[in-house]
Ligand binder design. Structure first.
Ligand SMILES: [Zn+2]
Length: 51
């Protein structure tokens, strides 16, 4: 799993949950994985414009 913004690999917990978050584009069912650094750096609205 790679970050949709910076393309860095995102780690997963043993429960297969990613360390980070997913965001969804409006009107799309596709989920985009976001790493914790990008999550901290950008607001959700900013992330959406970068996808
Ligand atoms: Zn990232």
């Amino acid at each position: 799993m790679k970050c949709s913004i910076c393309s860095k690999p995102i780690e997963e917990t043993f429960l297969k949950k990613i360390i980070g978050t997913y965001i969804k584009k409006l009107g799309s069912s596709k989920k985009y994985p976001i790493c914790p650094e990008c999550q901290k750096k950008f607001k959700k609205e900013e992330l959406l414009t970068k996808l």
